[in-house]
Design a protein around this ligand. Structure first.
Ligand code: GLU
Length: 287
């Protein structure tokens, strides 16, 4: 089977060394296997993504010496694919509209935390923080309709407790950590379509990786837990299951992760101060 890997940056800033490591890692895995390396632009967040960063990222990758298969897929151009996937889940009655704002959710969680002591309350936390307390799952059909009619904006959440039994036990292979049993329930009722954009990270990457025929997903271990949700979505939507390789995150001399806020370490800045692509490849362990 041809190995297809991808590097999937969000154009919310220029690339830093952590991104360079991730891109070189994905490209090397494809090259070692005689496969193909793709770049995908994850630009569903229209408020934060900018065309100039998209162009800058392509420039950074080319400067590093990478080449990738064309055309580049940009998520913002494929909303129809995510709508099709949502329609399948809607048909399975696995989605519900959620009108809550962040502060509604916080208030609900705080209220549960301050409940009288004789009522036991557990506020479960998932990999992304406290789980959604299910407020809008309890709305009646007519309450939902009234709020839609009133023009209230809503997200679409996955009804996790209904979805997990339909999918049954699920596994995936991580090339760094071995076979994994998927535990999507850890995330609770995840958002699959946001209020501000009609998809979400989880839905868009899962659909895209299938459509693009990605066979090996390489990405930082900060996204390890998200794979539990992606594996569930693959099962519900009848999509292919690739292998995964979550690599350790690159840290600086002080052990801190590289992040977009560390402006001094963008490839653009390193380049401006005389660092060569060969220096960077060497520093990151690539030739
Ligand atoms: N777009 C994500 C990021 O920039 C990566 C998504 C993925 O590799 O699945 O962190």
């Amino acid at each position: 089977m041809t190995v297809i890997t991808r590097f999937a940056p969000s154009p919310t800033g220029r690339l830093h060394l952590g991104h360079a490591y991730s891109a070189l890692f994905a490209e090397q895995q494809a090259r070692d296997a005689g496969g193909a390396f793709l770049v995908r632009v994850e630009d569903i967040d229209t408020a934060r993504c900018r065309a100039e960063f998209d162009a800058g990222i392509m420039e950074d990758l080319a400067w590093l010496g990478l080449s990738w298969a064309q055309p580049v897929r940009r998520q913002s151009e494929h909303m129809g694919d995510y709508a099709t996937a949502l329609a399948v889940l809607e048909e399975m009655e696995l989605l519900y509209p959620c009108f809550c704002t962040r502060s509604d959710i916080r208030r609900e969680i705080d209220a549960a935390g301050h409940a009288p002591h004789d009522i036991p309350h557990i506020i479960p936390a998932g990999p992304d923080g406290p789980l959604y307390p299910g407020t809008c799952q309890r709305l009646s059909v007519s309450e939902r309709q009234d709020r839609k009619d009133a023009g209230d904006s809503f997200a679409l959440r996955l009804h996790m407790a209904a979805a997990v039994p339909i999918a049954g036990p699920l596994h995936w292979i991580d090339r760094e950590q071995g076979p994994q049993l998927a535990a999507p329930q850890l995330f609770g009722d995840v958002v699959l379509a946001r209020k501000d954009t009609p998809t979400s990270y989880h839905l868009a990457v899962t659909v895209d990786d299938h459509i693009q025929g990605v066979t090996l997903i390489t990405r930082g271990e900060d996204l390890f837990a998200a794979t539990h949700v992606h594996r569930l979505l693959q099962a519900l939507l009848g999509l292919d299951t690739p292998d995964y390789h979550h690599h350790p995150l690159l840290t600086d001399d002080t052990g801190k992760r590289f992040a977009k806020r560390d402006h001094a370490r963008t490839l653009m800045d390193l380049r401006a101060t005389g660092t060569s692509p060969a220096d960077i490849r060497h520093q990151l362990g690539y030739r």
